[in-house]
Design a protein around this ligand. Structure first.
Ligand code: PMT
Length: 402
């Protein structure tokens, strides 16, 4: 994950949500980031600097004029050190100061001197957030490239319900990952990923599907985002939450996935088909719920369109996508079956996974895959978390593509 070793400067301002910044700080440190914290004097009323100092193992700066251990000017050295400046929570007051270039405390002066991307996670009362002054200040920050995460709708400290809650730490971390990856190996590329198992209706209440959880495809989409790509994820039903920073397209059936993919391939540089697409669907779904009878029931199935085959045909005319990746889910003859799909579907890479083992493949967090290329090259990867499998696959794609 690109948080490993990243220099994250966390600015904390004076709002009740300041305590949530401690959990964010802890999660970033656990993910391998180097975190330094600057607090406004107001933030120090809500949460002690010692909390952040303990979590980061770095001194926490609050006062612009405090005597430092060395002769560095804190606002200059911190701003030069940061790969990214993240302000969580960002109060209306700090947002206003940032918009107008005020530098009246260590955080605002550091922000003014900081060339790194700026992420702000506003949190305040709903009326303060809705006020035209705040909205204008936010618009000013956007126009300078600041990234805004949240605020979310929900219960506020006042007891009222509205927009003003701090975004979740998961969302803030995703925004940090995306911003850190903006110049990554897939920067400027448009990536289309499919995920999940399609559902083929039998009647209004039943369908045929498979055990795909969507985890592998979602991991591919997240990793592509963190490599700097602009990502669209065509997702069949999964239990997974939408992914931050990715355009989500929901589909149910193989036919819908076919339409969603084919509609977008001309504007796609890299297609990754991680979805488990049904090969067959019930011929003519019943309009009403099928009634139980004493006799056995025979279902007639018909073929679904093969999406990768259709992409291969389209590609001959448009030369898009430039790189096409399929996955092969096999329970026997893994390599031979995967190699035959690689050739018949005209792929640049097939990711073969043996889905007969219980620790990899469908509906688990890890996968054990072998990468197969048209020139016969094979690269087995060990059993890894799907997030890491996705990163390894994209690393290799970026190399081959170059
Ligand atoms: O979702 P998870 O629980 O994380 O599980 C991950 C996974 C096992 C589903 C994933 O790693 C995987 O292997 N996905 C592909 C599953 C599959 O459908 O394989 P296949 O061998 O049947 O198809 C080969 C390729 O053709 C696939 O890229 C598939 O998306 C594509 N296909 C299949 C049928 C069809 N009608 N059109 C297609 O394009």
């Amino acid at each position: 994950m690109n948080l490993q070793g990243a220099h994250i400067l966390l600015g904390v301002t004076g709002g009740i949500a300041a305590y949530k910044a401690a959990d964010l700080c802890s999660k970033l440190v656990q993910a391998g980031a180097q975190v330094q914290v600057v607090m406004t004097p107001g933030a120090a009323h809500f949460i002690a600097p010692l909390t952040f100092q303990t979590l980061t193992a770095h001194p926490v700066s609050v006062d612009t004029f405090q005597l430092l251990r060395d002769t560095d000017m804190a606002h200059i050295s911190l701003s030069a050190w940061a790969h990214i400046l993240v302000i969580v929570p960002a109060t209306a007051n700090t947002i206003a100061k940032l918009a107008h270039g005020l530098a009246d405390n260590l955080l605002t002066s550091t922000a003014l001197a900081c060339p790194a991307p700026l992420i702000i996670a506003p949190a305040m009362d709903a009326d303060m957030w809705a006020h035209p002054a705040t909205q204008q200040n936010i618009a000013t920050l956007h126009s300078r490239g600041a990234i805004q995460v949240g605020p979310a709708q929900g219960r506020l400290a006042s007891g009222r319900v509205g927009a003003g809650r701090l975004a979740s730490n998961a969302e803030i971390i995703a925004a940090i990952r995306q911003a850190l990856g903006r110049t990554g190996k897939l920067a400027g590329k448009r990536v289309l990923v499919t995920a999940g198992g399609t559902r083929e209706p039998l009647d209004p209440v039943r369908h045929i599907s498979n055990r795909s959880s969507g985890k592998m495809g979602y991991a591919m989409a997240e990793a592509a985002r963190d490599f700097g790509a602009q990502v669209t994820l065509v997702s069949a039903s999964t239990g997974l939450a939408p992914v931050y920073g990715i355009q989500m397209v929901s589909v149910q059936t193989a036919q819908e996935m076919y339409a969603a993919v084919l509609q977008r391939v001309a504007e796609t540089d890299l297609l990754v088909m991680a979805a488990a697409v049904a090969d067959y669907r019930p011929k003519g779904a019943a309009a009403q719920k099928i009634k139980k009878a004493d006799d056995d029931l025979t279902l007639e199935l018909e073929r679904t369109p093969d999406i990768l085959m259709a992409v291969a045909q389209r590609r001959q005319e448009t030369h898009h996508p430039a790189f096409v990746v399929g996955f092969a889910a096999e329970t026997e003859n893994l390599l031979a079956n995967a190699a035959s799909k690689l050739a018949s579907k005209h792929l640049d890479l097939i990711v073969a996974n043996d889905v007969s083992s219980s620790d990899s493949g469908f509906d688990v967090d890890q996968n054990r895959v072998i990468l197969l290329r048209p020139d016969g090259a094979q690269e087995p990867l060990p059993l890894l978390q799907k997030t890491e499998v996705a990163e390894r696959i994209l690393e290799r794609i970026a190399e081959w593509w170059r």
